[in-house]
Design a protein around this ligand. Sequence first.
Ligand code: ADP
Ligand code: MG
Length: 437
Amino acid sequence: MNKKTIKDVNVTGKRCLVRVDFNVPMQDGVITDENRINGALPTIKYLIENKAKVILCSHMGKPHNIFTEGFSLNKKEKKAVEALPENEQASAKAEYLKKALKDKEKFTLRPVAERLSEKLGQKVVFAEDVVGPSADEAVENIKDGEVALLENTQFEAGEERREEELCKKLASYCDIFVNDAFGTAHRSHATTAAIVEYGFVKTAVCGFLIEKELSVMADALENPVRPFVAILGGAKIADKLKVIDNLLNKCDTLIIGGGMSYTFVAGEGYKVGNSLVDPEQIQYCLDMVKKAKDLGKKLYLPVDVVITKQYPDPIDAVVETEVVDIDKIPDGYEALDIGPKTRELYAQAVKDAKTVIWNGPMGVFENPCFESGTMSVANALAETKATTIIGGGDSAAAVAKLGFADKMTHISTGGGASLELFEGKKLPGIECLNEKD
Ligand code: ADP
Ligand code: MG
């Protein structure tokens, strides 16, 4: 990697504004998965040991920006309100406002500050705002080796809009900008890239998490030990299909499962019932099948599937299922997992791999009725000697839920960011950082 890291600059006594990814899942104020906090610890600890003044910032979820710019409905809410009879619209709007006001409690980073403080064994000062009086005070009083955390950057409307005022103010808090938020490295927001791009902070380096993520994934993509197998699945069809074009150039074998596979199946002329399909992408899928053939790459698609009439609700409800061949999905049924023949086929296809990247579950793994496909792929990876790299939030959750997390070489903290790397794109949060001398 040709970008400077915190080891390439003198941090002692310097105010370091560190963009981390503390976007942890939270239920009723309790953090349910601490992976992202743990991921940032090596950088934070290094800065403490080297007597930097550590000022952390992060986004968390997607709250309304009601606190900085007043209340307005978002697009989805607006549509929902407009669909109502006129005499019900005002009260529906009031309900959304009530919900938005609660966002302040729901999306505050305070619980993260408390948990981080326990993990570090030292106080973490929590600022009640991002650039307001509380943040001013925290920054003013911070001493060498101390840590402060600013409030959720998403509370500032200027974060996503890359507002100069916000960047300028944040830049006034620091001597060095450190980006260690791999999960948002593909975003071009105020605290992920703009603050540096505008030239407000001159010294901008990455932390250890970004350094590690890049070295593992860029290495796998640029110099893979072959055979190199890529496995794609999941439900974010539009995002995932885009990746195939670039991956086909790099990998030897491409395996496709999960919700994204049925657009291919539809392209082959089979009925897919109610399964997920993106009709606009059918031609693209056909092009990709041809590309794989022209390049002599192996492309695997499901040959059988687990179907149901009733999408499970709640997600883990037991439902009736059947296994059918891929050309026999009846009308009114939905395919929610790969079938046993496909599992065997995919397990064989990864058996001799030396490098595997996997993004997206093979089925609705949240439900025991549809977890077997994802389970068998995870198992097959665990049994290979390959370097195994997992990208994607749900894929990471699946691997953890099914008990394979410690069998994988690397589980990325950035779903979208890793996907954009696979797609061959440059990440703004990394591009903006200082080059090595
Ligand atoms: P990741 O977060 O790993 O990038 P995605 O967000 O794209 O993955 O997709 C994960 C979701 O895809 C899971 O919630 C899973 O239930 C869903 N999924 C997988 N296969 C199917 C399918 N055949 N039909 C509908 N949803 C699916
Ligand atoms: Mg996901």
